[in-house]
Design a protein. Structure first.
Lengths: 319, 355
C-alpha cells in the first residue's frame, strides 16, 4: 500500500488532489470527465430521517383528518357507532389503508423520478440519485432501489429495537432471533463495507447518491482593481514582478491566493502579503496589500497560463 | 470585493452585465467573458427545468439546450487546459453536471413510462425471466409437496406450518361440515372492501420481501417460497382428508391463480437478481446486478398490480360466488388471461427516442 502510494503521487491535478476520498470521475457521453462528489453516509442518513419524519407527520395528519370526518359521521346518530352509516366508514377505512401504502412507496418513487432526482429530504441536504454508469437514470432503477429500502433499513431497525426491548425486559432471546438480527444488520451496515457507500438498493439498481453542486459564477478577478488598472487605486504604485519572482509559486498557491482574494478579510490578506514579500525577497510595506496581491495574482496567473499553453505545468511550489 | 450574487437569486433576466471583454488582461478571462452569457442562459434554463419539468420551458430555449450544453462542456474542456481560475472551473464543472442531469435526465415522464409498461414492457420483462420462473415454479411445487408429506407423516407439523390465527376451525380432526363452512360465501358484501384493502397491503409487502431478499443470492427468496407453499400443501392435505380437495381448489383458484402467480413472479424476480450476482458471466458483478435489478423491478411493479387484482377477487367473487364450477371458471379465466398477456402478447417495443 505504501509502496503504491509513493509511486503514484506524480501529477494529480490540484483540483482533484484537494478533494477527498469521496470524489469520483464520471464520463459524459461527450467523453468529458466530470468530477462528482459522493454523498457522505451521514448526509444520506440525515436525508432519510427527514423523509421518514415528513411521511410520518403527513400520515398522522391524514389519520387525524379521517378520524375527524369519521367523528362527524357519528353526529346525529346520538353517538351510537352502530347507527353510523357503515358504507361511509368502510370507505374511510379503505382510503386509509391505500393511502398508507401509496405514501410509503410513492413518496420516494415519484420524487426521485422527477427532474431533481431527489426526495424532499435529499434536496434539503443537497444530494441526489444518479446512475452509476454515467447514463440516464432509468425509472426501473428508481423503482428497484426503493423496493429494497424496507428490507435493508426498516426491518433491521425493527428487529434491533425488538431485540433491545426484549433483552431490557430480560426475556429469553432465541438464537434464531439473534441470527435474523445479525443478518438484517448486515444489510443495514452494507454502505460501510464498500468504497462508494452503496446500499443494497443502489447495487441492485445501478445507482449512487451524489452531492448536488450549487456554484455561482464569481466575478473575474483580472478585471478588478490593480489587476485591471495595472496600478494601485490607493497609492498609484505599479507592481511589476520579474521572471524569478513569479517562478516561486505554482498552480496550487495561485488558486489559494485566488480564494483568499475572494473571501478573506484585510488582516488575512496582510499576512499573505507579508509571506509573499518575504518569499520573493521584497520589503513588505503596509496599507496597500490588496493591490499588491491583485497585481501579483494577475501576473502569476498570466505567466502560469502562458506556460500552460506550451504544455508546461507547475503544479505547486515544490515542482 | 464579493461577487454580488444576491441579484442573481431573483428574477431570470436580472443578471449583472459582465465586464467589458477588452478590459480583461488575461487571455483565459477573455475566453470566459466571451462565453459567460451562454453559460448563464444555460444555467437559467436548467434551473427552470429542475423546478417544474419541461412544461415551463419555451420551445426556443428547449431547442437551444443541447447546443448550450455542448458549448458549456467544450468550454470546460478548454478551460481545464488553459485557465487557472479555480472559481470558473468549479462553476463550469457544477454547471455541466447539472445540465447533464437534465439533458440526459429521466427519458420520459411517469405517465409515458406506465403506458409503455402496460403495453409490452411488463410482459417483455416477465419473458426475460423465464428461467427463473421455471426454477421458482419447481421450488413452489416441491414446497407444497413437502408440506403435504410432512403433515401426512406427523400432524404436529400442521400447527408449525399454519399460523394459529389463520386456522380457526381448519385444524386436523375437523369435521367435514366445519371445513365446508369455511369455504362458504358471506351473506353480503359489507366489510369485504376493507378486507380487500388489507389483503392487498399485506400481500404486496410479502411479495416485495420475496423480491428484496433475492439480493442474498436468491436463497432467502426460495426459502420464503417453500415456506408459503408448504402452508398450502398442509391445507390441501387437511381438506383432502375429508374429500374436499376439489372444493378447496375451486375456492382457492378464484384469487389464487392471480395471487400465487404474483408470488411466483416476485420469487423469480428475486432469484433473477441473486443468480446474476452469483453468476455474473463476463460482466462485473455490480453491472450484472444492476441490469438484473432493473429488469426485475419492472416485474415487481406488475406484481403489485396483480396483488390489487387478487385482493379484489379474494374479497368479492370468492366470498360471494358459490359453487365449484363458477369458482373454477373465474380462476381459470384469470390464469388464462395472465398467461396470454405474458407469453402471447408480444407487441413490438416502442422506439426509444434519442436525446
Amino acid at each position: 500500500m505504501s509502496a503504491a502510494a509513493t509511486r503514484t503521487p506524480p501529477r494529480l491535478r490540484p483540483r482533484l488532489r484537494a478533494g477527498n476520498g469521496r470524489r469520483r470521475e464520471m464520463i459524459t457521453p461527450e467523453g468529458l470527465s466530470l468530477p462528482v462528489t459522493l454523498a457522505s453516509r451521514g448526509s444520506r442518513a440525515g436525508a432519510l430521517m427527514l423523509d421518514v419524519l415528513i411521511i410520518v407527520f403527513g400520515l398522522i395528519a391524514v389519520h387525524m383528518l379521517l378520524f375527524w370526518i369519521a367523528g362527524g359521521l357519528l353526529e346525529g346518530t346520538s353517538f351510537d357507532p352502530t347507527d353510523a352509516p357503515r358504507g361511509a366508514q368502510e370507505f374511510l377505512q379503505i382510503l386509509l389503508v391505500i393511502f398508507v401504502f401509496v405514501t410509503w412507496y410513492g413518496y420516494f418513487l415519484v420524487q426521485e423520478l422527477g427532474p431533481r432526482g431527489a426526495t424532499l429530504g435529499k434536496r434539503i441536504v443537497g444530494i441526489r440519485v444518479a446512475a452509476r454508469s454515467g447514463g440516464r437514470l432509468a425509472p426501473e432503477a428508481v423503482i428497484a432501489r426503493n423496493l429494497l429500502r424496507d428490507i435493508e433499513v426498516f426491518y433491521p431497525l425493527v428487529f434491533i429495537v425488538t431485540l433491545l426491548l426484549m433483552s431490557s425486559n430480560s426475556e429469553d432471546v432465541g438464537p434464531l432471533a439473534l441470527a435474523a438480527t445479525a443478518w438484517f444488520a448486515l444489510f443495514l451496515l452494507l454502505p460501510f463495507f464498500n468504497r462508494d457507500a452503496l446500499r443494497a438498493g443502489d447495487i441492485v439498481a445501478g445507482t449512487w447518491v451524489v452531492e448536488m453542486p450549487r456554484t455561482k459564477l464569481a466575478e473575474t478577478l483580472s478585471t478588478q482593481g490593480a489587476a485591471a488598472l495595472g496600478a494601485s487605486e490607493v497609492t498609484g504604485a505599479r507592481y511589476d514582478f520579474g521572471e524569478a519572482e513569479l517562478s516561486v509559486y505554482g498552480e496550487k498557491e495561485l488558486q489559494t491566493l485566488e480564494r483568499m482574494l475572494r473571501e478573506s478579510s484585510p488582516e488575512a490578506l496582510a499576512a499573505v502579503h507579508e509571506t509573499i514579500c518575504r518569499k520573493i525577497g521584497w520589503e513588505p510595506g503596509a496599507g496597500d496589500e490588496r493591490a499588491f496581491l491583485e497585481a501579483f495574482y494577475a501576473q502569476l496567473r498570466a505567466k502560469l497560463e502562458g506556460d500552460l499553453r506550451f504544455g508546461k505545468r507547475k503544479v505547486d511550489k515544490f515542482s | 470585493m464579493k461577487a454580488p450574487i444576491l441579484s442573481s437569486w431573483f428574477g431570470r433576466g436580472a443578471v449583472a452585465a459582465p465586464p467589458d471583454i477588452e478590459s480583461a488582461s488575461l487571455r483565459s478571462d477573455r475566453f470566459r467573458l466571451e462565453r459567460e452569457g451562454e453559460w448563464r442562459r444555460l444555467e437559467a434554463i436548467v434551473a427552470r427545468m429542475e423546478r417544474g419539468g419541461l412544461k415551463r420551458i419555451s420551445d426556443e430555449d428547449l431547442l437551444a439546450l443541447p447546443a448550450l450544453y455542448r458549448t458549456a462542456a467544450s468550454s470546460l474542456a478548454v478551460a481545464r487546459e488553459t485557465s487557472l481560475d479555480a472559481a470558473t472551473l468549479g462553476y463550469l464543472e457544477a454547471l455541466v453536471q447539472r445540465a447533464w442531469f437534465q439533458v440526459y435526465g429521466p427519458p420520459k415522464g411517469f405517465a409515458a413510462w406506465l403506458r409503455d409498461f402496460l403495453f409490452g414492457g411488463w410482459s417483455r420483462a416477465v419473458r426475460a425471466l423465464w428461467l427463473d420462473i421455471c426454477i421458482a415454479l419447481a421450488v413452489m411445487v416441491a414446497g407444497s409437496v413437502v408440506g403435504w408429506l410432512l403433515v401426512a407423516r406427523d400432524e404436529a407439523w400442521y400447527y408449525r406450518l399454519v399460523p394459529g390465527r389463520m386456522s380457526d376451525t381448519r385444524v386436523p380432526g375437523a369435521s367435514r361440515e366445519e371445513l365446508l363452512a369455511t369455504l362458504a360465501t358471506e351473506e353480503n358484501a359489507a366489510g369485504l372492501s376493507t378486507f380487500a384493502a388489507q389483503l392487498f397491503s399485506n400481500n404486496s409487502a410479502v411479495c416485495i420481501l420475496a423480491f428484496a431478499l433475492g439480493f442474498a443470492f436468491g436463497i432467502p427468496s426460495l426459502l420464503l417460497l417453500v415456506h408459503n407453499m408448504a402452508l398450502l400443501g398442509a391445507l390441501l392435505w387437511l381438506f383432502d382428508g375429508q374429500g374436499l380437495l376439489v372444493e378447496l381448489a375451486a375456492w382457492l383458484s378464484v384469487h389464487g391463480t392471480t395471487e400465487i402467480f404474483g408470488i411466483l413472479l416476485s420469487g423469480a424476480a428475486g432469484l433473477h437478481i441473486g443468480r446474476a450476482m452469483a453468476f455474473p458471466g463476463t460482466r462485473p458483478v455490480l453491472a450484472a446486478a444492476a441490469e438484473a435489478g432493473q429488469r426485475s423491478a419492472v416485474v415487481m411493479v406488475g406484481v403489485v398490480i396483480m396483488m390489487v387484482v387478487a385482493a379484489l377477487l379474494e374479497a368479492f367473487p370468492r366470498q360471494l360466488v358459490d359453487g365449484t364450477g363458477p369458482r373454477f371458471l373465474i380462476g381459470g379465466m384469470m390464469l388464462a388471461f395472465w398467461l396470454a398477456y405474458f407469453f402471447l402478447y408480444r407487441p413490438r417495443p416502442m422506439t426509444e427516442d434519442g436525446a
